[in-house]
Design a protein around this ligand. Structure first.
Ligand SMILES: Cc1cc2nc3c(=O)[nH]c(=O)nc-3n(C[C@H](O)[C@H](O)[C@H](O)COP(=O)(O)OP(=O)(O)OC[C@H]3O[C@@H](n4cnc5c(N)ncnc54)[C@H](O)[C@@H]3O)c2cc1C
Length: 640
């Protein structure tokens, strides 16, 4: 993280100076905003944290709760989500507080005595090299607190308004110059007080969960089916002789149901997901009289011959599985896409719901919000074409569909009884489940998302130049040495949640000032008047605020002289015109060379263009100057 660009100041450097508009902002809910976010769950808070980076955008976020979520709900944080938190500067705190899911244990009925469970295997949770971050577990309430703190420290000083429930959204589809009007009912302790407010917004985003009022107001429905599977979930402090209590463990019993153990942050707390059986637990389910004590009794039944003595329950809930999805994540029907721009969006559980078993709900909801956040910010800041907003529903609806398909199979296997014989068609072979779990590791880690070609994902014509950076997938970080200060860093961490595109220039092997250098021609172009940096950066803005150029060289960091770096890698920024010297990187001699690690053509070199949400948009030859300009020109607005 860089700071003191516009002046040295005492105090916490992570606390941004408030934007001048903060001092003149009226107290309380504003009458009009650019973006109204409904819901302070994971989706809403990521969106708010992203928009808070742009204090010139007027954002409000409301929730019907009295205040922030205190405990409960989701807790699985996929590697990809930690990567996203890194871009917000929040990963260090998250990984130090969280439980790390390094291995998973599998248990099934003992062949000799099926009434007893026995350990069948233990596997690595995340394959080596998949991400520089671990898969972690931390309570959703903490995740939301990090995001709230990030908003509070931003120049926007954005804070949620609680106790406000969105009732409906009114907008004239034929008139996109008049903002939408949202009516808000005042709520205290879940009860309406009778008071109402209205707020006008250019864009409204419904992050208001599975019963979304915003979704209803745009005529979208969650379609799909309930699976008739009910799970009890509880966070407990307990004493047990079950040996894998500090490992994520999947337990299939013969006739007593299934249990998922998720150790939690802090070393003692454990989450139990307990499947309630439609037969043995029917009375409890039909009578809707589930209690933590009854859930603990079921857990003991499943764990036999082990037992668990629950001493304290931090949170508990009953959770029904259903896979449901909306056809469109915005207010524009498919047939009107060519003629209308979206103004109301839905994200997270408002547009897709599924089981909690693969720990995807919070992660996918946050990923929805990040996908939308940078797009809204770019359009509102006047740097991108508004058609960009159509890509949100296009990209995220496809991801949600994949998630639903994955989850249906995962939840089925998780809930099935272990196969009693090879002819048992209904049962699941626990070993097959273990193999399925391992195979799906990339999906559950959140790194399998693959966007189709669109205005922001180019064709794979030149993919062979960088085989380890697949088009449409997230930019996979790698270790490097930052040239100027010889610091070992992750290349992917150059990307902050600041709305900028990133152009990583992987140089050919020639010395950058040599006549034979292929990269040199590109750097000359990037420093010229035709450069996309010049074309798309508004006057007065820092030169890396829209397109941030980063250079990666093949030479070791002691073989490359800083004074030989091209001007495009030493941009002048801020009120003093200071030089940003953190743009050039070399291979890390203590790690595998990233040119090999990511399959970069050493002779040709290449450009890898990365979207603000870290997805690879284009891989181009170093001399494809026009192609680069044309691609960006299809998304960004010429501002000069
Ligand atoms: C009770 C419960 C238990 C869960 N348990 C688990 C679990 O054990 N494991 C797991 O992986 N996942 C669990 N989930 C799912 C997981 O929490 C969600 O997938 C995730 O939170 C989705 O995030 P979101 O932001 O889309 O929605 P949510 O987290 O549901 O957030 C929606 C927010 O919108 C607010 N809101 C709703 N309607 C309005 C309105 N009209 N106006 C204003 N505000 C509104 C709500 O108060 C809420 O704060 C659970 C969800 C719930 C509701």
């Amino acid at each position: 993280m860089q700071f003191y660009l516009d002046g040295y100041q005492a105090g916490d450097p992570f606390l941004a100076d408030p934007h001048p508009s903060v001092a003149t902002r009226p107290e309380g809910l504003p009458d009009e905003v650019d973006v109204l976010i409904v819901g302070c769950g994971p989706a809403g808070m990521v969106l708010a944290a992203q928009l808070a980076q742009f204090p010139e955008i007027r954002t409000a976020i409301v929730d019907r709760r009295n205040g922030p979520l205190a405990v409960g709900q989701a807790d699985g944080v996929a590697c990809r989500t930690v990567e996203m938190f890194e871009a917000f500067g929040l990963a260090d705190q998250l990984v130090s507080e969280a439980y790390w899911v390094n291995e998973v244990g599998f248990w099934r009925p003992d062949a000799e005595d099926p009434s007893r469970i026995t350990r069948t295997g233990r596997i690595q949770d995340v394959e080596d090299g998949l991400s520089e971050f671990p898969h972690v577990i931390v309570n959703q309430a903490r995740m939301l607190a990090y995001l709230r703190e990030s908003m509070g420290r931003s120049a926007s000083r954005l804070e949620p308004f609680y106790g406000l429930q969105a009732a409906d959204v009114q907008l004239d589809p034929a008139d996109d110059t008049t903002p939408a009007t949202v009516s808000l009912r005042h709520v205290r302790d879940g009860e309406e007080t009778g008071e109402t407010s209205t707020i006008r917004a250019r864009y409204v985003v419904g992050c208001d969960g599975a019963r979304s009022a915003v979704r209803t107001s745009i005529g979208q429905e969650l379609a799909g089916d309930a699976m008739n599977q009910t799970w009890g979930v509880m966070d407990v402090l307990a004493v047990t002789d079950f040996p894998d209590i500090r490992l994520k463990a999947v337990i299939h019993s013969a006739n007593q149901g299934n249990l998922l153990i998720i150790p939690r942050e802090g070393g003692y707390l454990v989450r139990l997901y307990i499947e309630l059986d439609q037969v043995s637990d029917r009375d409890m389910l039909e009578g809707r009289d589930v209690t933590p004590e009854k859930l603990a009794a079921v857990a003991n039944r499943i764990l036999h011959p082990y037992s668990i003595d629950v001493k304290s329950v931090g949170w508990w809930s009953v959770y029904e599985i259903g896979q449901r999805l909306c056809r469109k994540f915005d207010d524009v029907p498919v047939e009107e896409v060519p003629s209308r721009l979206p103004r109301v969006f839905i994200a997270g559980d408002a547009c897709h719901t599924h089981s909690a078993k693969a720990g995807q709900g919070m992660n996918v909801s946050m990923a929805d919000a990040w996908n939308l956040g940078w797009k809204l910010a770019s359009v509102l800041r006047g740097t991108a074409r508004p058609e960009l907003l159509h890509t949100y529903s296009g990209e995220r609806q496809a991801v949600a569909q994949e998630l639903i398909d994955f989850d249906r199979e995962f939840a089925r296997m998780m809930s099935a009884k272990p196969k009693s014989s090879p002819d048992d068609a209904e049962g699941v072979d626990p070993e097959a489940f273990q193999a399925h779990f391992a195979q799906q590791g990339r999906f559950t880690a959140g790194v399998a998302t693959h966007y189709e070609p669109s205005m922001i994902t180019g064709p794979d014509t030149h993919q062979q130049l960088a085989t380890g950076f697949p088009l449409g997938m997230r930019f996979h970080s790698a270790p490097v040495i930052r040239l100027a200060d010889a610091k070992p860093v992750q290349l992917g961490h150059a990307a902050r949640a600041d709305g900028a595109w990133r152009l990583y220039v992987f140089a050919d092997g020639a010395y950058p000032t040599g006549a034979e250098s292929r990269a040199r021609g590109l750097y000359d172009f990037l420093a010229s008047a035709k450069s996309p940096v010049v074309r798309f950066t508004p006057a007065g803005a820092d030169p890396d605020s829209v397109l941030d150029v980063r250079g990666v060289f093949q030479q070791g960091h002691r073989e490359l002289r800083v004074e030989d770096l091209p001007a495009a890698l030493l941009p002048r920024k801020g009120v003093f015109g200071l030089v940003d010297s953190e743009k050039a990187f070399c291979p890390d001699p203590r790690a595998e060379d990233l040119f090999d690690l990511r399959g970069i053509d050493r002779e040709q070199g290449c450009m890898v263009l990365v979207r603000p949400d870290q997805f690879v948009a284009a891989v181009l030859p170093l001399d494809a100057h026009d192609e680069l300009g044309n691609f960006l020109g299809g998304v960004l607005l010429d501002v000069r």
